[in-house]
Ligand binder design. Sequence first.
Ligand code: AMP
Length: 299
Amino acid sequence: MKNSKNFTLLVGSIALDSIFTSHGSHENLLGGSTTYALVSGGRFVPTHVVGIVGDDFPESGRQIYKQYAADLTDLKTEPGKTFRWGALYHADQDNRDTMFTELGVFADFDPQLSPVNQQAGLVFLANIHPALQLSVMNQVRNDATLVVDTMNLWIETTREELGEVFKKTTILLINESEAYLLTDEYDLDQAAAMIQAMGPKTVVIKQGSTGSTLWSDNERINMGIYPVDPVVDATGAGDSFGGGFVAALFMGKSFREALALGAAMASFTVEDFGITRLAQATSEEIQKRLTYLINGDWG
Ligand code: AMP
């Protein structure tokens, strides 16, 4: 892994979420792909954040960013509204309907990376508008490793820009349903091969409660989940997975170990609303779940 600087760079959404599930509802919860990825990975590796919030962003959210990020130079606050997202979950927790997506201050965000952040060697471009992902990609070193996540909204509405993002992507993280949407292919091996042909040499397909699979030049790796019961709120599971996965890569771990750390961190997120449980996870608990995921037993 090429890390000329000792940090990972993270860009994605910073949101106030309204979540409705069979276990209850919460409004204006601190969320967004950046938030989950940061709280997941920031404890393991120094993480620099690129993003924007409105002047309505709560002080409690700011404290979380200060606690988990190593550098907030490129986190801007502008007059206007913080990104907001609302979702209604089906009883199975693997499926949900988006009720609203309000970009707020993200709509006109045009980040200019600090000189330090331009030197990033490993960048996690978590789920956000592909134009923003492209802008950040174009400002970092040519040889940076670029890990990208996206979602159905962007596949449906900004396919061309997403294609440009994929051309530059090193590793793509994508949900099973999004892989189908992108490729029209229901066989996952075929879908992964089609996505590799779009640019990313390595593809990770996240399959919700059944695990994840990684395809690279010479490997195909299956990773299970750490089972938790009940799943209270699945929001942010994918982003927490991404945060753990990228942190493990930064630490020089194998793809299998990176998938395991992703799955371990995601398992905490779904145990409660927002980042509540993820932020409480202890090193011992994480290690126990990692051992289970890697060995297939309780270690
Ligand atoms: P996940 O459950 O891992 O797919 O991520 C859910 C998080 O993604 C929520 O906290 C939302 O705030 C955020 N989110 C939802 N829609 C979008 C979008 N279109 N762009 C960026 N982030 C989003």
